[in-house]
Design a protein around this ligand. Structure first.
Ligand SMILES: [Zn+2]
Length: 260
């Protein structure tokens, strides 16, 4: 049994080698590693250029709405993405998040997020890449921007938004990814129930914190994609072998990851 983790932030893992070893032992064959700023994009490119391990690392290049600083930094990051785009399986993590305290009442900051997101959507459209979208609290606006930019493939990551927007996401031909939040979040479960299996991806958002059975909180690793998978099967009452095959096929098709 093998599986793909479609959303990780490997640059942020305290013990990268250990996490990848555990992932390989657990049957994780591929991970998509998403950058959030210039430094993390650079790190992921270096990781996948160094000696290949048992887990294949596929970089997605992006500028996260929570990592926007100055217009100059945004321009430098977009420039790096453009120069290295041949190495990327996707653009992301990109999007909008107006829930951050420092953004909520600041129209200039909101506009900076929109410009950075638009710049990434334009790159995705120009190079025919999928986009992985962080759309917390701005699901509708992110959807409208992706559609208006002619994006063919978009993943609304860790989707926990309203069902009416989800319906329109699916109508646009897009997908959502579900996370370990399926274990505790009613919003995540509702989205997973609503979306058909052929529009779902599984992810960890590693190293997001997860709970152990005794309640201790630990940093997740790509091996924890099995937790997401099992929670999804339980929410949707799926046959595990069949669901696994479908989810792996979805991930390979979305990110254009070949079977080795
Ligand atoms: Zn993420």
């Amino acid at each position: 049994m093998t599986i793909i983790d479609t959303h990780t932030h490997l640059y942020d893992l305290p013990d990268l080698a250990g996490s990848l070893r555990e992932a390989a032992d657990a049957g994780v064959t591929d991970v998509v590693a998403l950058g959030v700023d210039l430094a993390s994009n650079q790190k992921h490119i270096e990781m996948c250029q160094s000696a290949p391990g048992r887990v294949r690392i596929h970089p997605a290049l992006g500028l996260h709405p929570g990592n926007i600083t100055t217009r100059e930094d945004t321009a430098a990051c977009l420039q790096f993405i453009r120069e290295n785009i041949s190495q990327a399986v996707a653009i992301g993590e990109a999007g909008l998040d107006f829930w951050y305290k420092w953004v909520r009442k600041d129209d200039v900051k909101k506009q900076e997020q929109r410009e950075a997101f638009q710049g990434q959507l334009d790159l995705a459209a120009q190079f025919g890449l999928p986009v992985v979208i962080h759309a917390r609290g701005s699901w509708r606006e992110c959807l409208e921007m992706a559609k208006a930019s002619g994006i063919a493939r978009a993943d609304f990551h860790w989707y926990s938004g309203p069902v009416d927007v989800l319906r329109d996401i699916l109508d646009a031909g897009y997908v959502i990814s579900v996370s370990p939040a399926l274990e505790y979040s009613a919003d995540s479960r509702r989205a997973a129930e609503f979306a058909p299996l052929d529009r779902l991806l599984v992810e960890t958002d590693t190293p997001v914190m997860v709970s152990l059975p005794d309640g201790t909180r630990v940093a997740s690793g790509p091996k924890d994609v099995w937790r997401t998978f099992r929670a999804l099967c339980s929410v949707k009452k799926l046959d595990e072998p069949e669901a696994l095959q479908a989810l792996n096929a979805n991930a390979r098709a979305f990110f254009n990851i070949p079977v080795l």
